[in-house]
Design a protein around this ligand. Structure first.
Ligand code: PMP
Length: 370
């Protein structure tokens, strides 16, 4: 006698024959290349734009105590009371002008979900941070590239013309830009805001290494959003980003934020670190000084062309076989970022500023590798 459950299974397989389940996935996801970062273990890591120094010892001691007090069996504070108060105090804004995310990546996603219907467009200077386009793509939103000039500056006239023609719902302006290190002049930012029918996101992920933020532009221009992250400034492990915007826009973006998106440890640690921000600012100064030393050294080396940077990394063009140079650096224990095959970046490395020792090791390995 046939087992009835076997009959059901046979019938089901007739209707839905077993196939590769990835065929059930949306085209736009299947087309995506998984976000890959080279993670070969390496003594000198200069590829992820992290701060090379640990948190100051005094602050770390405070954090152990705070973490020990975490109620791990409970959900975190849904209202993010202390965290948003600490951000509000640091930035001198109101709590309702803030939206927090599990890294600023998550906020980029929330912004596109909030602002773009499927089929809408975003515009970004290119090359830039890859996640704007990747997230837009899987949300059925297309990206209009505004190609940067050869020195990685942004031509305001051309960008304004493109915005007027394409009418993007969002413009993402990373400033300083990743991977070029260029901070766009205020005049350019203002012209783009003026011309934009939608929202302009000024992504200031690297602002601690630059010569000043754009400021609270959204107070005069409510279509502006300022995006920040703690990842480049000592807390990459905690995943915390935040946006500052007109409270009416912030309230809308907050609607798509998943409940409890910031875990209790991150809330507590980030709150404490934000309250003691002055303990970190000397570290940012150190990175800036090291950046200038590396830049000047790279200028003296024949086989490379460094670009000036206002971030905690330097982009440099490698004039001979970049694959071979990259491999030799890895052999010497130094990992830099190489977006192999990326348009206009295939012969460029992005090198995050490290400690003095790491920078020396990088420069020595580079000289030997060229
Ligand atoms: N914006 C820019 C310009 C970046 O370079 C990065 C990280 N590489 C991010 C946002 C995302 O940072 P996170 O998600 O770590 O906050």
């Amino acid at each position: 006698m046939t087992n009835p459950s076997q009959l059901v299974r046979d019938r089901f397989n007739e209707v839905a024959p077993m196939t590769d389940p990835s065929r059930l996935v949306r085209d736009r996801i299947r087309e995506l290349r998984a976000y890959h970062i080279e993670q070969t273990p390496c003594p000198v890591i200069m590829d992820a734009n992290e701060l090379p120094y640990p948190l100051p010892e005094k602050l770390r001691e405070r954090l152990w105590v705070i973490m020990a007090g975490t109620a791990f069996n409970r959900y975190p504070d849904m209202e993010l009371t202390h965290l948003t108060a600490a951000i509000a105090e640091k930035e001198r804004i109101a709590r309702n002008e803030i939206v927090v995310g599990n890294g600023s990546d998550e906020i980029i996603q929330s912004l596109i979900v909030t602002l773009c219907d499927p089929g809408a467009k975003i515009l970004t200077p290119t090359p830039t941070f890859v996640m704007y386009e990747a997230i837009a793509h899987y949300l059925n939103v297309d990206t209009v590239p505004a190609p940067l000039e050869d020195d990685w500056s942004l031509d305001a006239d051309k960008t304004v013309a493109l915005i007027e023609r394409e009418q993007p719902r969002v413009v993402f302006l990373a400033s300083p830009n990743n991977p070029t290190g260029v901070k766009y002049p205020m005049e350019t930012v203002e012209r783009i805001i003026e011309a934009s029918p939608g929202v302009v996101v000024v992504d200031e992920a690297y602002i601690d290494y630059a010569d000043g933020p754009v400021g609270l532009l959204y107070r005069e221009r409510p279509n502006v959003v300022i995006l920040r992250t703690l990842s480049k400034a000592c807390l990459a492990a905690m995943r915390l980003g935040y946006l500052m915007a007109d409270e009416r826009l912030a309230a809308q973006v907050n609607k798509v934020r998943l409940p409890y998106n910031i875990n209790a440890v991150t809330q507590a640690v980030a709150t404490e670190v934000l309250r003691h921000w002055d303990m970190l600012t000397p570290l940012f100064g150190k990175v800036r000084r090291e950046r200038e030393i590396i830049y000047r050294s790279l200028e003296e080396i024949d086989g490379v062309e460094p670009f000036p940077s206002q971030a905690n990394f330097i982009l440099m063009r490698v004039k001979t076989d970049p694959g071979a140079v990259f491999g030799r650096l890895l052999d010497e224990g130094v990992r830099v970022r190489w977006r192999k095959g990326a348009p206009r970046l295939d012969d460029c490395f992005r090198v995050t500023v490290g400690t003095t020792d790491e920078n020396t090791r990088f420069l020595t390995a580079l000289l030997a590798a060229l």
